[in-house]
Design a protein around this ligand. Structure first.
Ligand SMILES: Cc1cc2nc3c(=O)[nH]c(=O)nc-3n(C[C@H](O)[C@H](O)[C@H](O)COP(=O)(O)OP(=O)(O)OC[C@H]3O[C@@H](n4cnc5c(N)ncnc54)[C@H](O)[C@@H]3O)c2cc1C
Length: 383
């Protein structure tokens, strides 16, 4: 493909793949650089919000996502130690339940879709920005003999929570970094299968852990712990303690000592991450790189995809070339929609760390009050 590229996207998660695909669809020359091997894994709970269905459909990807989904997520069951579990319907803002997607398949499928639409994909290839100025940037893709030097007018940082792009372009200044780490695992030999369509969420001192049916009959778990807590140093120990406090979790995990040896943990963080700026001269950040709260509401992939659409919209509204006006417009669109919802997410996260407040919230949810209903639940079905 002829250089310079109109944009180089660094990172092939949902945000980067979608941004590349949308911009290529407008006839732009786009490169996407992903350092992970094909089907790389990612810390995640695997729950794709149904709220994103209309955007996937607009991108022509809904059937593709349906085809790789390993299950649905219609309800969340919240377990607090010593209390009866409370089950809620998930709020998709529509009639469909959400999907369970194995990130190894989901992310790769979006990258492949981008390649089919003409995006020039470099994978596996770590990216680094070696030069930047008013007339564009130079990005190196790959290492050693495979190294490629690429020129571009715009770098799109879709490189996650630890975004190198944000650092290089000075968008890290004044960013607030959180005190929590996430981790996830697949367990092939769970004792009893998790209930299909239900996310089991276990809360406790120091963090929480969600469990869903995993690919091929496995169990998939994802948790969040404080960076200074014991759980951050020892997520397996944290999982074990949660299982002691929650018999249902122990049953699902089949909590024998040998089970814990099977846990292949991958982690990420710290979060939440809040930035003062997410776009500027020659640069825009999408997905987690732009900001992320925490996983409880299961919106991360949806926010990532939506941010790519907002970037595409900012481009279209400001004449189709990256400019100060496009950067300002993107920033405005992002803060108005995703930024606002992250603020609401903070309230839920705050309650999760305070079991007494959570119980109050759950009771309010069951009684039809607004806090849980408005944000992530449509209707309490039991309490
Ligand atoms: C414990 C936990 C559970 C979660 N559960 C859910 C859930 O159930 N549902 C949900 O929707 N969200 C969930 N999330 C959030 C979700 O995983 C993220 O919000 C989402 O992955 C963001 O997508 P992204 O494309 O911005 O970034 P990522 O998916 O992180 O992708 C970034 C990509 O950039 C690549 N990269 C980084 N640096 C470079 C470089 N220098 N060169 C080349 N490539 C690079 C990485 O390899 C990676 O592939 C969870 C998060 C955590 C931590």
């Amino acid at each position: 493909m002829r250089e310079p590229f109109d944009a180089i996207v660094i990172g092939g998660g949902p945000a980067g793949a979608m941004a590349a695909l949308l911009l290529a669809g407008r006839g732009r020359r786009i490169a996407l650089i992903e350092r992970g091997e094909r089907n790389r894994d990612k810390t995640c709970g695997h729950c794709l919000s149904p709220r994103i269905a209309p955007l996937l459909e607009r991108a022509g990807l809904l059937d593709r996502v349906r085809a790789i989904a390993t299950g649905r997520t219609g309800r969340v069951r919240i377990h607090t130690p010593g209390r009866k579990a409370a089950t809620f319907k998930l709020n998709g803002g529509g009639t469909e339940a959400g999907w369970l997607v194995d990130r190894r398949l989901f992310d790769q499928s979006l990258i492949d879709a981008a390649a089919e639409r003409g995006v020039c994909v470099f994978q596996p290839a770590p990216a680094r920005v070696v030069q930047r100025g008013a007339d564009g940037a130079v990005v190196i893709a790959g290492r050693g003999d495979d190294e490629r030097r690429l020129r571009t007018r715009l770098v799109i940082g879709a490189d996650g929570l630890q975004s190198m792009t944000a650092r290089v372009f000075g968008l890290d200044v004044g960013a607030q970094r959180g005190r929590k780490y996430g981790f996830s695992f697949n367990l092939d030999c769970s004792a009893s299968a998790p209930v299909s369509g239900v996310i089991d969420m276990f809360t406790g001192a120091g963090g929480y852990l969600g469990v869903v049916p995993g690919p091929g009959g496995a169990l998939h778990g994802a948790g969040l712990v404080g960076t200074r807590s014991r759980g951050a140093r020892d997520p397996i120990g944290f999982t074990r303690e949660m299982a002691v406090a929650n018999p249902t979790l122990a049953r699902l995990l089949g909590a024998g000592a040998e089970m814990y040896e099977e846990l292949n943990i991958i982690g990420s963080g710290p979060m939440p991450l809040r930035r003062r700026r997410i776009a500027g001269e020659g640069v825009a950040l999408v997905g987690d790189a732009a900001g992320y709260h925490e996983p409880f509401t299961g919106e991360g992939m949806a926010w990532a995809i939506e941010s790519a659409f907002l970037l595409d919209q900012a481009f279209a509204e400001t004449g189709g070339a990256w400019s100060t006006a496009a950067a300002a417009r993107y920033e405005q669109l992002w803060r108005h929609s995703i930024g606002r919802r992250m603020l609401a997410c903070r309230a839920v996260a705050f309650a999760l760390e305070r079991p007494a407040l959570l119980r109050l919230g759950l009771r309010a949810g069951a009684a039809g009050a607004d806090i849980p209903r408005r944000y992530f639940m449509r209707q309490a079905v039991t309490a």
